[in-house]
Design a protein around this ligand. Structure first.
Ligand code: TTP
Ligand code: MG
Length: 387
């Protein structure tokens, strides 16, 4: 089975954000650059690129190439904000999104593509989603792996969509300069040049033993890259998050619209999350509610509490609070509750005696559950769920 991997890269990202925020700049040759005579171009709009202006070019040279150039100072915080909006939008398609830099991400599309009538349909939907969320265009590459997807996204900029099919790989790579492959930097490029290798085709034909003699373990890796092979996985950010959180989710047999039912499910999940967190010795300040709609659109909302919690009741109250704030666009097929941002929960001296009492009650309930199994103790609305 061929994988479907997508790579999405924003077009002239910093410049595009500036143009979006200030419509008077739109379509003008524009660079984002630092202050001072010796500053260099961070990025150039496509209008400026038409004059030969490029990233990393000294500003003086850029102004000589294009005297009408507009120079805008760098606003990193703003770009990070827009980046976050874009990543969040991508996450509504699938949790399997790997942000690779401020303006690019890999997306695992192998299973997802079917729902969009294929890989190209998915790529179009992603582009449209990004445009809707940010007002900006991006270029997407689709291929059987990350190496080729990244190559593809750069092949038709701006606003591009490029698919590399397995049968075209050899043709695409044959005359491609080796430095175009992500992971082959200037040092490797010149080392390869000294062996008379300039293109991926030449690299693919070069005896692997000789490459190993020259580059060590990188040798066979280079040979694989030259053939367009790469089996590395899309590593979603949520994997890292998960290590720092405890969560449970449930996919429902039937899509539901009844909020009371949703609250009962969330209560059950919150109790489970609390139990596991306490078992692992955690209490978290952040409670997250995840909702997936019938059409698979998924989103999460969070609340940060003044102090860490691990009692099911507290987690439930926070998650229910989030649910009550959410306007539901359609029927729900999955609900998830998690806590994160660990802090000293139990050690925390409570200002209210009642809280301590509840902790002791909680401990007692946990002990009963340990003896009689999960679900031995139920609060009223959970019992109702079973009926
Ligand atoms: P890129 O994706 O490399 O460039 P880009 O988005 O400006 O243009 P393209 O349409 O070719 O993708 O980088 C993303 C942003 O990162 C870019 O807008 C500015 C910033 N950046 C730097 O700060 N320094 C650099 O050396 C590069 C390459 C980019
Ligand atoms: Mg970019």
């Amino acid at each position: 089975m061929e994988r479907i991997i997508l790579h999405l890269d924003m077009d002239a990202f910093f410049a595009a954000v500036e143009e979006r925020d200030d419509p008077t700049l739109r379509g003008k040759p524009l660079v984002v650059a630092g202050h001072g005579k010796r500053s260099i171009v961070t990025t150039a709009s496509y209008a400026a690129r038409a004059f030969g202006v490029r990233t990393a070019m000294p500003l003086g040279m850029a102004l000589r190439l294009c005297p009408s150039l507009t120079v805008v100072p760098v606003r990193h915080r703003r770009y990070a904000e827009v980046s976050e909006t874009i990543m969040e939008r991508l996450l509504t398609f699938t949790p399997d999104v790997e942000p690779a830099s401020v303006d690019e991400a890999y997306i695992e599309g192998s299973r997802l593509a079917k729902r969009f009538g294929g890989a190209e349909g998915l790529a179009r939907a992603l582009k449209e989603g990004v445009r809707e969320a940010s007002g900006l265009t991006c270029s997407v590459g689709v291929a059987p792996n990350k190496l080729l997807a990244k190559l593809a996204s750069g092949m038709d900029k701006p606003d591009g969509l490029t698919v590399i099919l397995p049968r075209d790989i050899e043709k695409v790579l044959r005359h491609l300069p080796v430095k175009e492959l992500c992971g082959i930097g200037p040092a490797t490029t010149s080392a390869l040049a000294s062996l008379g290798i300039a293109t991926c085709g030449e690299l693919a034909r070069y005896p692997v033993d000789s490459l190993t003699a020259r580059f060590g373990s990188l040798g066979p890796e280079l040979a694989r890259m030259a053939r367009g092979e790469d089996d590395s996985r899309v590593r979603p950010a949520h994997e890292e998050e998960e290590a720092k959180s405890v969560g449970h989710s449930v996919t429902l047999d039937d899509d539901i619209t009844d909020r009371g039912e949703m609250e009962r499910i969330i209560h059950g999940l919150a109790e489970k999350v609390g139990r596991r967190a306490r078992k692992e010795g955690h209490a978290g300040r952040r409670v997250t509610l995840t909702i997936r709609y019938a059409d698979f659109t998924t989103f999460s909302r969070q609340v940060t509490l003044p102090s860490p919690v691990s009692a099911g009741k507290d987690i439930f109250e926070a998650a229910r609070g989030i649910l009550r704030e959410v306007k539901l666009a359609m029927a729900v097929r999955l609900l998830g509750v998690s806590i994160s941002q660990w802090g000293a929960g139990d050690a925390q001296e409570s200002l209210f005696g009642g809280e301590r009492k509840r902790d002791r009650l909680q401990e007692a309930l946990d002990r009963i559950e340990e003896r009689f199994g999960e679900g031995a103790v139920r609060t009223a609305d959970l019992v109702k769920e079973e009926e």
